[in-house]
Ligand binder design. Structure first.
Ligand code: NAD
Length: 379
């Protein structure tokens, strides 16, 4: 699918088939204003929200931008809307924040029928999901993601949790949402750097699973970043579809779910080495995808044309495609073996033999990673 002719800019529904944990992802401009009705229809067994509390977990900035619209739609659908303010930022994605949220839910005496709603980016989604997974042993959970990263990645698949000491997402759970509502119009206030960061994950989904979307995104980069192209809506829904199919095959991340980590082994190392202050997640992953392709070349898995193609698409999307020159290659390599996904200290890489296909669990000797990173520093 390389043309925009296939795009349906009206509602797109992606169903996630997970037995009794199945749910729908609705992608539609304007769906935020009908959130209350959609939640009543999809989450409340008899469709009657009478007496049910919807607890909106949101940071103050997103609350100012979108909170009133969500509250109005919940109240008009019959919910009691409760707002829980959460301090923004990755540094507050921790157990202290979770504990403060428990305090408010306790003070408001919410019951087990309460629906927890995450309104915001991936941080709020992960924190709110963990609260929903744990408070009173599990509450219904709805995601209303408002960054591209959250819309195409973190809101789908049920991984929720917080950071612990210096480890990202070390404490968490699998807790699938009951519904995901994606309104691409909510991205209008999202700064360009954050939009671009999310685009890296869309490109990643194309590389690992969908050559047509990879080509389509490559030809629609400007329209996606400006949010004007209906291809954005298609790419968001299709990314959810790709992630959903992977999650359906491996909900608990014992096998193929690892393919979603393409570019993340080096990407995570770059984020860690720069203490999360230099690169956005997408920027680090963009560089990591080029590293992974060069590694695949060195392993004889793909040819240079593939690396060139990936690097060119990423450059056109505005990404750097090699690590900053002051970063030490050996330090990057040392960090890859500490990656959460490494097994017994040996880094595992996702490799792409051709666009649309990915293999996971590939052990790569450090010399090969070093050779690839050296080549990358010269591209
Ligand atoms: N659970 C998963 O499967 C999964 C997958 C990928 C990422 N994540 C997690 O997601 C987090 C990153 O998510 P993120 O990139 O969305 O970061 P984020 O949630 O910190 O959001 C980035 C910034 O954008 C702001 N923002 C959000 N929506 C906005 C809007 N519509 N307009 C203006 N500003 C807006 C936020 O307030 C924040 O300052 C990380 O903690 C990562 O670990 C989780």
């Amino acid at each position: 699918m390389t043309s925009t002719a296939h795009i349906d800019s009206a509602r797109q529904t992606v169903h996630v088939s997970l037995e009794d944990r199945a749910y729908d992802i609705l992608v539609e401009r304007g769906v935020l204003d009908r959130a209350g009705d959609e939640i009543a229809r999809h989450v409340v067994a008899n469709g009657s929200p009478l007496g049910r509390t919807a607890a909106i977990l949101v940071n103050p900035k997103i609350d100012r931008l979108l909170g009133d619209r969500l509250r109005a739609s919940l109240v008009s659908a019959g919910f009691h809307a409760l707002t829980v303010a959460v301090t923004p930022g990755e540094t507050y994605k921790n157990l202290a924040t979770v504990s403060r949220i428990y305090d408010q839910l306790y003070a408001d005496a919410v019951d087990r029928r309460t629906i927890v709603i995450a309104l915001g980016g991936g941080v709020i989604g992960d924190v709110a999901g963990f609260v929903a997974a744990s408070y009173q042993r599990g509450l219904d959970f709805v995601q209303i993601p408002t960054t591209i990263i959250a819309q195409v990645d973190s809101s789908v698949g049920g991984k929720v949790g917080v950071n612990f000491r210096s480890a990202k997402n070390l404490v968490g759970a699998f807790h699938q949402p009951r519904l995901v509502l994606i309104d691409p119009n909510t991205l209008k206030s999202l700064p360009m750097r954050q939009r671009r960061s999310g685009l890296a994950e869309i490109i990643k989904h194309g590389i690992i699973a969908d050559a047509d979307m990879y080509a389509g995104v490559a030809s629609e980069i400007d329209g996606i970043l400006s949010l004007k192209s209906a291809y954005l809506d298609y790419a968001v829904a299709n990314s959810c579809r790709i992630k959903a199919r992977v999650v359906e095959s491996d909900e608990r991340d014992h096998g193929p779910r690892a393919t979603l980590n393409f570019g993340h082994t080096i990407g995570h190392a770059l984020e860690a080495i720069t203490r999360y202050r230099v690169y956005t997640h997408g920027e680090a992953i963009a560089i990591g995808m080029v590293s992974a392709s060069l590694i695949a070349e060195e392993m004889g898995v793909c040819d240079n044309a593939l690396t060139e193609s990936i690097a060119n698409v990423l450059r056109r999307a505005g990404f750097e495609v090699k690590p900053k020159p002051d970063l030490d290659i050996d330090e990057i390599i040392a960090l890859t073996s500490l990656d959460k996904k490494s097994v017994s200290g040996s880094a595992k890489f996702v490799l792409v033999p051709r666009i649309g296909h990915a293999t996971y669990g590939n052990s790569v000797p450090a010399e090969i990673v070093r050779a690839a990173l050296k080549r990358q520093s010269a591209i």
